[in-house]
Design a protein around this ligand. Sequence first.
Ligand code: PLP
Length: 369
Amino acid sequence: MSDKITVTRPSMPQMSEYIEEISDLWESHWLTNMGIKHKMLQDKLQEYLDVAAIELFTNGHMALELTLQALALKGEVITTPFTFASTTHAIIRNGLQPVFCDINDRDYTIDVSKIEGLITDRTCAILPVHVYGNVCDVEEIERIAKRHHLKVIYDAAHAFGVHYKGKSIAQFGDASCFSFHATKMFNTIEGGACCYRDEALGRTLYQLKNFGIRDEDTVEGVGANAKMNEFCAAMGLCNLRHVEEERNKRKKVVERYCEHLQNVEGLRLNQRRSETDSNYAYFPVVFDKDRFGADRDEVKEALAREDIGVRKYFYPLTSTFECFHGKYRTDNTPVAVKVSENVLTLPLYADLALEDVDRICQAVIKCKR
Ligand SMILES: *Cc1c(COP(=O)(O)O)cnc(C)c1O
């Protein structure tokens, strides 16, 4: 039990395990540029995520941004505003226009019934988010994409290790991009990956993360520098050994939260589609002020007074960011507006003590009027 509870706490291996993992770097002096750790992690993740191919990146954002670039998209991309800044920025930084689709109020993923109404002759792709690790309606998205010849790129930053109908989530779409940021359920300190099928796309991704260089004499593309270094890859190798154990610990935390909160009037807990499993990455709670008595911001303040950190994840909607100067409407994404104004994600990490979960829940319930 601890006094101050943070919303997240990165998983780390034993220090000795990490030191052992990095010790051969002092012999090789090969610190980055697709070294041996990079190769080993790539192979292990390909197996763990059960995918045909995977490319590692310095972070999840660059995986997403360079995947959009590699697909050479032009025009409009249908996406969700209920996400982290990265999703929308990746679109705009590629010179593409985001078209914001509403989310559904069950699992907060893109509302597939509203996608086709947003398709124009400029639409080139759909970029849905498996938000909180909740699986999108991948089947309907695939049908729509096929019918209209659109690419599908999943922002799978939250969905590491998740399955739908027994199939790895990383297998869906033209590409699925993951984040291995320190705060994610599997981390490489900073890191990310793109899972894909098309070999030609893979070659382009490999080039784009290394300045567009093809070989010593040829620079074929205008790439960035987005390579994962050896120390990050080594962290990933260590953390991957413990990922199942971490997932089980997170599961216990989530179950404890549910015991306390599932029957509290005015609280809406996370729901997943059937035939999906969970990686227990986040614990979002949506507050209904009319039935709970207190609103989201009041609860956040009350918890802060008790040294419990929570996040308004995701608020504000990306479509309302100051940097866009009111360019995007929100009247056609009413569910996203409502959820973002009423959601809090509660602390969740593998080593969160169950007594701390009890304390957090008591503090939440105390706000009820
Ligand atoms: C974390 C995150 C990203 C970006 O990943 P980084 O590794 O932090 O660059 C993208 N999309 C979503 C939804 C995220 O939560």
